[in-house]
Design a protein around this ligand. Structure first.
Ligand SMILES: Cc1cc2nc3c(=O)[nH]c(=O)nc-3n(C[C@H](O)[C@H](O)[C@H](O)COP(=O)(O)O)c2cc1C
Length: 147
């Protein structure tokens, strides 16, 4: 038996992966989406957070992953943002590897004129998400937006 038992063999690095859905307070146009994205990428790069944001016609769906305290702090800020309300966490789990390591925040823009593209883009960007339930949140969300 190893000194310290199983705990010594466990990975030291675990990330929190949190997925939420929320409702826009008012329709969010392309310029506002770009603003959200610019701030997100700046802060997330600083805080070691990666993820994916899908902007639907009336809702946002976002995956945040990173050091647990950083993800919780980001989610608290995001939840308090008046541009949306009724944020509900749809899944929260500890992971040893990130699903979206390359994106400070991957982004699928919404808008009524982009419904058909949205589904194809979400399918592509959500493909690396290892957990099939989380992945299904994204593809299901996109299918609803396109309907
Ligand atoms: C749908 C949505 C997603 C957001 N995602 C992020 C995010 O991933 N990271 C982040 O720091 N801020 C995000 N924000 C912005 C935050 O609500 C908040 O405005 C920002 O973190 C404040 O940063 P600052 O104090 O540097 O200005 C998001 C806002 C909305 C409406």
């Amino acid at each position: 038996m190893l000194p310290g038992g199983d705990s010594e063999r466990r990975s030291d690095v675990t990330y929190l992966q949190l997925c939420y859905i929320s409702t826009m307070r008012a329709p969010v146009g392309p310029a506002e989406c770009e603003d959200i994205l610019a701030v997100s990428r700046r802060n997330n790069g600083r805080d070691g957070i990666t993820g994916l944001l899908v902007v639907g016609t009336t809702r946002f769906l976002q995956l945040l992953e990173g050091p647990p305290s950083a993800v919780r702090a980001a989610y608290a800020r995001i939840k308090a943002d008046p541009r949306h309300y009724a944020a509900v966490v749809v899944s929260e789990r500890q992971v040893e590897e990130r699903d979206c390591p390359d994106w400070a925040m991957g982004y699928v823009p919404g808008g009524a004129d982009k419904r058909a593209e949205l589904q194809a883009l979400v399918e592509r960007l959500a493909a690396p998400i290892a957990n099939k339930n989380v992945r299904a949140q994204f593809t299901g969300f996109a299918a609803l937006q396109a309907a």
